[in-house]
Design a protein around this ligand. Sequence first.
Ligand code: HEC
Ligand code: HEC
Length: 437
Amino acid sequence: MRIIASAILMMWGVGAAAEGLPAPLTDADFAPVDAAEARLGQLLFFDPILSGNRNVSCATCHHPAFGTSDGLSLGLGDGGIGLGTERVADPQNMPEQRIPRNAPALFNLGAHEFTVLFHDGRIEVDPDRPGGLRTPLDADMVTGFASLLSAQTMFPVLSADEMAGHYSENDVSQAVRRGVITGPGGAWDIIARRVAGIPAYADDFAVVYDHVDTPDQISFADISNAIAAFMAFEWRSDSAPFDAVLRGEISLPAPAATGMALFYGAAECASCHSGPFLTDHQFHAMGAPQIGPGKAARFESHARDEGRFRVSGDVADLYAFRTPSLRNVMLTAPYGHAGAHSDLHAFISAHVDLQAGMASYSIDAATLPDLPVDDLRGMADAAAIAQAISYRAPQISAADIDALMAFLAALTDPAARNGRLGVPDTVPSGLPVDRLR
Ligand code: HEC
Ligand code: HEC
């Protein structure tokens, strides 16, 4: 009976081009989420209380109005004012530099399949380590985090340019500067004590976590776990037209169907953008233009970003970056690890002809708040640029790119776009909530 039904579907064209298509997603692909924990996490995600100067929240760079990113090629954390493409440098508190990488979208990070995070994969699930995670921080710091997604929160709050602030501006940045991160009086504890000192949070934590009876028992890991629960719940995205295709319920209309056939066939996109999230979770040097400050180590002065090589030390990984998931890609501009292209069509044109894309790149393609810096230093490094181009795509015409764009539009999920809990009206600290005006 099953066989007959699928044979009929094939005759109708439903499931055609199914070659190489992943199986549809189900609840089993996602970690379960506690609703009360996610609601607490929603407040924390939007609350600037977690930042040293109480002026930047997670949502400043990961906002639903900008597809869980910020609409900028390279954003501004501490030292910026305004949201998304309206964000500008604050003349009273000028940022030292741009954030060196594009803020990624946060869709589906609660799925079991995501065991590596960041553009260079510098944090990952590793059962052989204490705490089960590998991070650039000492392994014994990593305790109490329920998941990799939760452990991720340790990083933005310590970064001077993202959330901590500079020099001795505040208690968090002072602790970071002195290198006091863990333990009582460390940067994470200072943040936890701030949150615990707000009665509405203290009550919520006591309700959500059995091990919290009094506010002094609230730890940074609890805060992180709540935020992770929120992200997993809010931005699970498995109800796009593409998902209906995977379930065999619909077939895509003309240009999108052609694009899907190309994506899984002649255009070879699925050799890297594979699986239900359209990523192999691997690293490839794809010659995406390098703009902005790059990632020089301390005492170095170049503007390169060596990508995965910075983590693995393997020259085969030079300039390789993690394959991004393409879910909701229409909403997550700009594109590439440095966000060099604001326009998706232009990004793909360059992505399928890396030499030409690099050679013809103009900074006008980026979306950058004014800052007195040279954003093209990295592009002047000819040797680095040559090494960053390691892939040769098959011949792809302009019409093919239009078809691919139509397919990518079928990855937009109305449920994830609107979010589930949304932007809170207020947060317990009473600080302003990032929202579009
Ligand atoms: C100033 C902007 C900024 C702020 C504020 C910020 N982030 Fe990010 N976020 C980024 C950038 C940029 C990256 C990519 C960094 C990299 O790959 O090196 C990132 C990466 C991530 C990732 C990894 C996504 C992936 O697929 O690899 C998660 C999860 C995340 N941020 C969540 C958060 C949370 C939670 C907060 C608040 C505690 C936060 N971010 C605050 C800019 C920001
Ligand atoms: C060899 C592996 C590989 C192939 C083949 C490939 N990609 Fe990619 N793709 C990547 C990697 C890696 C990145 C990130 C590059 C970077 O940021 O430096 C990327 C980035 C992208 C992005 C930007 C997403 C974002 O959020 O920034 C889009 C869109 C995209 N690819 C679409 C495609 C399409 C369409 C095809 C087929 C024509 C394709 N890719 C073929 C590996 C690949």
